[in-house]
Design a protein. Sequence first.
Length: 331
Amino acid sequence: MGKKIVFGPVPSRRLGQSLGINNIPPKICSYSCIYCQIGRTKNISTERQAFYPVEKILDEVGNTLKRLKENKEKVDFLSFVPDGEPTLDINLGKEIAGLKKRTDIKIAVITNASLLWREDVRQDLKKADLVSLKIDITGNKKVWGKINRPATELDYDVILEGIKKFSAVFKGKLLTETLLVKDINDNEQDIRKTAEFLSEIEPAIAFIGIPTRPPAEKWVMPPDEEKINSAYQIFVEYGLNTELITGEGTGSFGLTGNAENDLLNIVSVHPMSKEQVEDFLKKAGGSWNILEKLLKDKKIEEIIYLKRKYYLRNFSKQNYGREAEAEEPAT
């Protein structure tokens, strides 16, 4: 099976029923975050390039929406939330503009914010209806490096300035997500510095999250409840509209008509718990044999995290080739 660009819809903690657009091959990113549910970054990069032809992405989204409509599935957002950093796609702006011409569904981009110092990235993101920025830590370069493990050429202060510039001109809905890791960035001093910075860019909602799915590094753990509550209170103290995302999203995973393909596409980007898989297969009219077959074929793998079973695509068994030869780089 080749690389599937569109997956879901999946129940998102921020976006409702979100149809994912996987515009980056696994795993090309500017960070290699210790808590990433997709695992360690295979190719750390800050170079924007074309990965898939624009028309391929637009056609896959359109075809998937048609099948979902036939199955009476709801889609709240088309979300660029790939296996890497979405703004590394040099055609992101073209893709957003193309989708807006084909559908009235709102478009979201979930980014780690590391490339917002670039004017072309800011211009691309301005086309979206909603942008969510990952901001785990401010005011402490050492902790930023430990959590996000950035590309060596990235400059911490330049990134923060880029975030400020974007927040000043973006007309859509701006969200932020700060993910807390036990004994790393859950102390009061770092949380206050982060809250102070976030209050300057004024997000519509400042989410505080914790690791809830199997992370890249097994030693990563969520903070104690007292630390989570303390972080929430500090964010509120700084005038932030704050919400906690400390569990899995609500709602059900969508179907396009092929349960095995749908399941495989979802776990490529969104690890599913055993309970979620059972619910999905029940809805799809399938049996647990589908999962067992995928495990036997080594297309997915079972992971234990916090005493729960999760299922994730086995990327080492896939062939993700470049498909951008026909697409001219954006200028």
